[in-house]
Ligand binder design. Sequence first.
Ligand code: IPD
Ligand code: CA
Ligand code: CA
Length: 274
Amino acid sequence: MVSHSGLLTVIDRAARKVAPQLRRDFGEVQHLQVSRKGPADFVSMADQKAERTLVAELQKARPDWGFLLEEGGEIAGDPTKPRWVVDPLDGTTNFLHGIPHFAISIAVQEPKLGGQGWGEVTTGLVYQPITDESYWAEKSRGAWRHDQRLRVSARRDLSEALIATGIPFLGHGDMAQWSRIFGAIAPSIAGIRRFGAASLDLAHVAAGRYDGFWESGLQPWDVAAGMLIVREAGGFVTDFRGGAEPIERREVLAANDVIHSKLHKLLAGALRNA
Ligand code: IPD
Ligand code: CA
Ligand code: CA
């Protein structure tokens, strides 16, 4: 059994406390689908309830740390201490439609020197309650699914590569840009998938299931944990122009080194020809 830090134990325990709650609510949504009685409101309540439980658990363990929460926004803590970056339910649309593909994402982000904003993510966990798959990473200690070490895929040919993405939807993202990138990439690769939970898209890149992933318009809570997991699995994560700060630019391109460089070229061409 691989040993992990006390901090990871705290995060894992918090996720496992929320998981049964989410599984119960997920079962409940199926009944609401047929009664047509506001499943969307129910899911948004499930989401908020999960977040409250996570905050309470994490706060118990580190009372002076702040939060960046999808639902509750920022909760200030001691600015010299790390903060939690939390998405209590990533894959809400799947959850709402009874599709068992969603996750809890929790990351630890360090303060920048001098208290000027937020910097490196040093711990991350993506937990999928339905399959009980737990993906986690700590900086310089590798990426893991339970106690199995993760490596990004070793594929080098785009013609064999399976690539995940997030497609813009109602009020989200830049459809024209996505279409250009799709047009540049799709003819060269083996397949494209849009599964609807960015944290899991990244975890699956880390596990070598996908050979790459791109999406724009994502928020820090969608990607903070997953990005660390990909990097610790030996992968590259940048923005679309190859820059090292994808969270700030709200653009993520993740893959193994060879596929990353090939995708990056195609992407750069697509953006240049805009
Ligand atoms: C969404 C998922 C999805 C991505 C969206 C996100 P949510 O998060 O990660 O894959 O395409 O942009 O907002 O709303 O389900 O937590
Ligand atoms: Ca969410
Ligand atoms: Ca999300």
